[in-house]
Design a protein around this ligand. Structure first.
Ligand SMILES: C[S@@+](CC[C@H](N)C(=O)[O-])C[C@H]1O[C@@H](n2cnc3c(N)ncnc32)[C@H](O)[C@@H]1O
Length: 351
């Protein structure tokens, strides 16, 4: 007979194992860098986006890869994720500014309360359509919200696949809401991997030499160092040992638990699922910490401070240190994230 005390112990250990397994699987995928390669579905997409065409020869050695394709049903440009081991058939991902969660965030009634809108000056300032350069557009969600509030937003995105998805989403938005689409532009990417100053200069000259009123940044942020991530990856053998231990115990003292759970799909659940999906897409395309390095952070901040006439706004998770260690003039906070603000005179950052 297993005593009550040891039963509790085993249950606790079991839950600990489950939690550790979760972390370990995440750590492993991070340690391998989510090394998904991106391919084009056909020759036309391959030519327009400079991606290799997908074929069995090239993908046979890959554990996972992504394919840029046009949806047969609605014609959206989308990325499909292929996980060879699990024969995963997840729903492909596309950016949509017309009928989506982000489109609803742009609704006139609520847009003024968005932190990002407050950070770039608030709805009152938006009335004069100030120019915002979003230097890290990503999935274009923040840029779309700013444009919906009335700002004129220029998006810069260095990842070619995200750039292509943004371009496609903007084209569709233009057909439905041309006035809004005019306030949301995607700048041609001409920078090298690190330096994007040419793209900024081209955009400024396209605006007749007018620099942006505001620069907005939201670079990737990965909690913890690379070293820590590898350590977590190595810890994956620990849960396996625990599992074997529990299995041995349970097989000598069979003890069955039956749990009945009902999952209800609430609006909050769908919202969370959508956010999770977006974060996953960014991580798969970019790696969890892409852009979260000292060099990139410094370059972005320096470029933003050099260009912005009125302010620089930087979105950070609540627990993240200030970008490149620069102390902001003002901070706006929300539960999960904050915006660090810099105003002229520009802070002297590095000697
Ligand atoms: C966290 S995402 C931004 C999410 C975005 N704010 C949104 O609302 O969807 C960060 C993005 O910045 C991009 N990025 C990072 N460093 C960059 C740089 N130096 N120039 C241009 N884009 C950069 C990454 O490719 C990534 O897509």
């Amino acid at each position: 007979m297993i005593s009550n005390h040891s039963r509790y112990m085993h249950t606790t250990v079991f839950y600990l194992v489950v939690i550790m397994m979760k972390f370990s699987v995440r750590a492993l995928s991070t340690a391998t860098g989510y090394a998904a390669r991106v391919f084009a579905k056909d020759a036309a997409l391959s030519a327009s986006h400079a991606l290799p065409v997908v074929s069995g020869d090239t993908t046979s050695a890959l554990a996972s890869y992504m394919v840029l394709e046009r949806c047969d049903v609605n014609g959206h440009l989308q990325v499909a994720w292929h996980d060879v081991a699990s024969k995963n058939t997840e729903r492909p991902f596309s950016i949509d500014f017309v009928d989506s969660k982000v489109a609803r965030r742009g609704d006139a009634a609520g847009v003024g309360s968005e932190l990002v809108v407050k950070a770039v000056g608030g709805v009152k300032k938006a009335a004069s359509s100030p120019l915002v350069f979003d230097l890290t557009a990503g999935l274009g969600r923040d840029a779309f919200v700013m444009a919906s509030a009335g700002f004129h937003v220029c998006m810069f995105e260095r990842n070619a696949v995200l750039h292509a998805l943004l371009e496609d989403a903007l084209e569709r938005l233009g057909r439905v809401q041309p006035a809004l689409a005019l306030r949301l532009q995607l700048c041609r990417w001409s920078g090298s991997d690190g330096d994007n100053n040419d793209s900024y200069a081209n955009a400024i000259s396209a605006f007749g030499g007018t620099p942006p009123d505001v620069c907005y940044l939201d670079p990737m942020y990965q909690k913890g160092s690379v070293g820590k991530r590898y350590l977590r990856a190595c810890s994956c053998c620990l849960p396996l040992l625990y599992l074997t231990y529990i299995h041995l115990l349970m097989s000598t003292h069979p003890h069955k638990h039956t749990h009945t759970r009902t999952h209800t799909r609430t609006p909050l659940n769908s919202f969370r699922a959508a956010v999770k999906k977006e974060t996953q897409v960014l991580h798969r395309l970019l790696g969890e910490s892409e852009g979260d390095d000292e060099d990139n952070s410094r370059r972005l901040l320096e470029a933003a401070l050099a260009m912005a006439v009125h302010r620089v706004a930087i979105k950070r998770p609540s627990d993240a240190p200030p970008l490149a260690g620069a102390v902001p003039h003002e901070v706006l906070t929300k539960t999960s994230h904050r915006c660090d603000l810099f105003f002229p005179p520009r802070p002297v950052l590095w000697g």
